[in-house]
Ligand binder design. Structure first.
Ligand code: 1GP
Length: 248
């Protein structure tokens, strides 16, 4: 079964998914082993690897190290065409649909296309929608695009539907890494009630209540990065058995 088929199945059965985001610029190779041990003991179902930049070109090395210690699917979540490696299981082939910068709508995608083709990676077309998280995040800075306002539900919904109608297989509502405010429950619910494809929500989720809120509002998968980087004991609150008892 492909990674995408598993995500679809989880959506259909109501099983909630959690992706741990590892930013290659923020993790030391030597600490990956112990970090992944904690991931393995948690309710995490996926590992995403990526960041807005990877100036030291560490993505491949980080993916190789992660794969030594886990059987969870590792998906690239690339900030640019440089962050593609065949060592992962798949790639979220992102288009920044909330912005109007052609660089992140199609140019980076063209720049990466042959590498992706040769890589054998499972490609998952993903509509990526940046929503105001209360501060300027690196996605906004690097992409030079404006996020959508949290309460502009109509625009968030129209953008999500346009993504689905253009063939995206996932919609990702992103408040930006380290956001002050995660994507709000009303926005999540508006999108969830109208789209048919799985919905990912990430950015600024720091505790179990916010995680629960995102799931209850309709997120099929939640992505958490910064909260684990800052405090790996957060994994202890998210043990394997908690996922489907609390989050159905
Ligand atoms: C960022 O959605 C992810 O792209 C995760 O955000 O680092 O704030 O958890 P955080």
């Amino acid at each position: 079964m492909t990674v995408y088929q598993e995500i679809l199945e989880a959506k259909e059965s109501g099983k909630k998914l959690l992706a741990v985001l590892i930013d290659p610029e923020k993790i030391e190779i030597q600490s990956i082993h112990s970090f992944i041990q904690q991931v393995n003991q948690s309710m995490a179902t996926h590992i995403f690897v990526g960041g807005s930049t990877d100036v030291h070109n560490q993505t491949e090395q980080v993916v190789i190290e992660i794969k030594k210690y886990t059987t969870l699917p590792v998906l690239l979540f690339p900030g640019s065409a440089q962050q593609v490696t065949s060592k992962a299981d798949g790639i979220l082939f992102l288009s920044l649909l909330s912005g109007r910068n052609p660089e992140y709508l199609i140019e980076q995608q063209i720049a990466s296309a042959l590498t992706v083709q040769k890589s054998g990676l499972e490609v998952i077309p993903t509509g990526y929608i940046l929503i105001d998280g209360g501060k300027q995040t690196s996605v906004e800075r690097i992409s030079r695009t404006q996020p959508l306002a949290q309460n502009n539900y109509e625009l968030i919904l129209k953008t999500s539907l346009a993504g689905q109608f253009s063939g995206k297989k996932l919609i990702y509502l992103e408040a930006g890494s380290g956001a002050i405010n995660p994507v709000g429950v009303v926005a999540i619910n508006c999108v969830k009630s109208e789209i048919q494809i799985p919905l990912i929500v990430g950015g600024g989720i720091k505790n179990i209540n916010q995680l629960n809120n995102a799931y209850n509002a309709g997120a099929d998968m939640v992505v958490i990065g910064t909260a684990f980087e800052k405090d790996p004991t957060f994994f202890n609150e998210l043990k394997k058995e908690t996922i489907n008892e609390n989050f159905r």
